[in-house]
Design a protein around this ligand. Structure first.
Ligand code: DON
Length: 306
């Protein structure tokens, strides 16, 4: 199979649709990004990365970071993490608060904002917020094989300044006794983790471990155990797009995680890690063109997990 041709043809077919969807504006710094950006990168086990369009331009990965936060929280806490956060689809928006009260401060899953605030709290553990951010950066730089990976301070500040919804979720969690660290410490790490900037190429390379049993097949570095990678993939499939997860599974059939920066990370177990980026979003905060590109790649490769 000529994966390079599949990536280039997918890009060429969809390039005229650049600008589809609506970029996120509730984080003011994200509204400044050119809506016509569109990139695709597909990384395979033999170290090849097939790219098209703006695949080398770094963008705000936003909720895609929740995948790494989950891997780190599991490393610190082990299965006890599941006492604090569930593993079920929420059927609600990523920033919804309604279930949190009814379900006594246990978020439905680690990918909705409330769940990610809990995983961030757990991966901070006994460290300071600065140490936790450094720890996350060190891991990503190692997995992404690029020392320049960093976060965008302007985006983090912009989100913090307009972060009343996440503050509400975090104080609600605190009231239920679900956080170990002070709310503002947890949020300061959460906002910086969401503001991580990676290109499609870096994102795909840094995420190969998900598709290959927890270990980067190119460098041999282990990020997590095989069973943990399998479970993270399961959660991506069921919860990675919030109340659009069913639709994404139906249309695309890859384990995926969206971000409001317009990126989508897809893990195709045993095959590849794929990252796409186009800032315009649909109803549930998933990139419209990104999802279309993944769907075409799924059809052409026959790689749907179903
Ligand atoms: O907390 C937020 O609202 C953002 N930093 C991340 C949300 C997000 O990316 C949802 N994904 N599609």
């Amino acid at each position: 199979m000529d994966l390079g041709a599949i990536v280039s043809e997918t890009y060429a077919e969809l390039a005229d649709e650049r600008g589809s969807g609506t970029p996120a504006r509730y984080i003011p710094a994200l509204a400044l990004v050119d809506p016509n950006k569109f990139g695709i990168a597909l990384a395979t086990a033999d170290g090849e990365v097939f790219c098209a369009g703006d695949a080398d331009e770094a963008f705000s990965i936003q909720s895609i970071s929740k995948v790494y936060a989950l891997a780190l929280a599991l490393e610190r806490e082990g299965p006890a993490l599941w006492d604090a956060v569930g593993r079920e689809p929420s059927g609600n928006a990523f920033n919804s608060i309604v279930q949190l009260e009814r379900e006594k401060g246990i978020p439905r899953n680690p990918f909705i904002n409330s769940g990610a605030i809990v995983t961030t709290d757990r991966f901070i553990g006994d460290s300071t917020p600065e140490e936790a951010v450094q720890d996350l950066l060190t891991r990503l730089r190692r997995m992404g094989r690029d020392e320049s990976i960093t976060f965008d301070e302007e985006v983090a500040r912009s989100e913090s300044e307009t972060g009343s919804r996440n503050r509400s979720l975090a104080y609600f969690l605190e009231d239920f006794g679900r956080l170990r660290n002070p709310v503002e410490d947890v949020l300061s790490v959460y906002f910086r983790q969401c503001a991580l900037r990676l290109s499609c190429r870096q994102l795909a390379e840094a995420s190969l471990f998900l598709a290959f049993d927890g270990t980067d097949p190119v460098t041999g570095q282990q990020m997590c155990s095989a069973s943990r990678a399998r479970r993270i993939n399961a959660l991506m499939l069921m919860c990675g797009h919030y109340d659009n997860s069913g639709q994404f599974a139906f249309e695309v059939g890859f384990c995926g995680k969206s971000g409001v920066g317009g990126g989508i990370l897809a893990s195709v177990p045993g095959r590849a890690a794929i990252a796409v980026w186009s800032p315009g979003l649909g109803r549930s905060g998933t990139s419209v063109l990104g999802a279309k590109a993944l769907s075409r790649i799924g059809l052409r490769t026959g790689w749907s997990v179903f």
